[in-house]
Design a binder for this molecule. Sequence first.
Ligand code: NAP
Length: 330
Amino acid sequence: MKAVVWTAYGSPDVLQLQEVEKPVPGSDEVLIRIDATTVPLGDCEMRSLNGARWYTFPVRAYVGLLKPQRITILGMELAGEIESVGKDVTRFKAGDQVFAQTGFVQTGTYAEYIALPEQPEGGAMAIKPANMTDEEAAAVPVGGLEALHFLRQANIRSGQKVLINGAGGTIGTFAVQLAKYFGAEVTGVDSTEKLNMLHSIGADHVIDYTQEDFTRSGETYDFILDVISKSSFSGSLRSLKPNGCYLIANAGLSQRIRGRWTSMNGSKKVIFGTTSPKTEDLVFLKELIEAGKLKTVIDRRYSLEQIADAHRYVETGRKKGHVVITVAHD
Ligand SMILES: NC(=O)c1ccc[n+]([C@@H]2O[C@H](COP(=O)([O-])OP(=O)(O)OC[C@H]3O[C@@H](n4cnc5c(N)ncnc54)[C@H](OP(=O)(O)O)[C@@H]3O)[C@@H](O)[C@H]2O)c1
């Protein structure tokens, strides 16, 4: 089968289309023909190791010290069809249309096929929403599950004021829609060209971070979700109501130390995003999608052969919502 092999840490050119062995599912695994996958920013950060400094060591320790070894195919989310199932699989059968997040332990969706446990470790798999294309469905698990998890950590309630910093990307576009679904008044912060899209998915207010610093407006919020960990720590605390909650998705060490101290010494809480995808949450997202409450924002589509170009585009930061990869089969 065709797969995009991750040959080294570095520029998008390290991603090379190759012929590799088609996987054979184990007794508790399903073999999925992948029809679509995505390129979230997290994939580019893993590929290049240009993300947060704290992130480099655990990735090298797990994936390979000098070059990718344990994981050689990137990609964490997919939509596709189950081609066959192992003898112990109970939840799925051949022919099921599914969408899934593989979990960090086993990436590999930049390929024609993947074998996954019916309950992927650190991931989730469910029947695909009936009203979505493969491209739309493939883009739901990573951003949708992260956003849902973050909003639940803050226990969002109807009528609360929520600000989402970095609202126009993979996680943010789902966070805006889910916060609206939970009844919040939502402010989305992102760059100029993403603001119309944020309104179109339900944001009540938008702030262009290139023109205005939300922490200096005097406005206060019950919950600030900083998806990209770029808001000022003290400014964000100042922008919280008493008993408000500030969630930093990708917190560095100093933010963690200051956050713990703040939470122990006042009414405002600082919490940190930790991923924990659950199958029941993916089913919950499917039901919201089928009820018309949640949609995917697709910016660009690329083929598997063009995946390095897709990574280059995602790294420009101009991506609105999601970049999807359509996987063709001969
Ligand atoms: N997706 C995942 O797999 C995953 C899972 C867990 C955690 N994370 C982490 O979460 C972070 C965000 O992920 P994502 O996939 O949602 O990223 P994304 O799709 O690139 O979205 C981030 C958004 O933030 C905007 N932005 C950049 N600088 C900003 C600033 N100073 N103020 C406000 N907005 C700003 C970007 O727009 P402009 O570039 O136009 O400014 C972009 O629209 C990444 O660091 C990632 O590692 C990702």
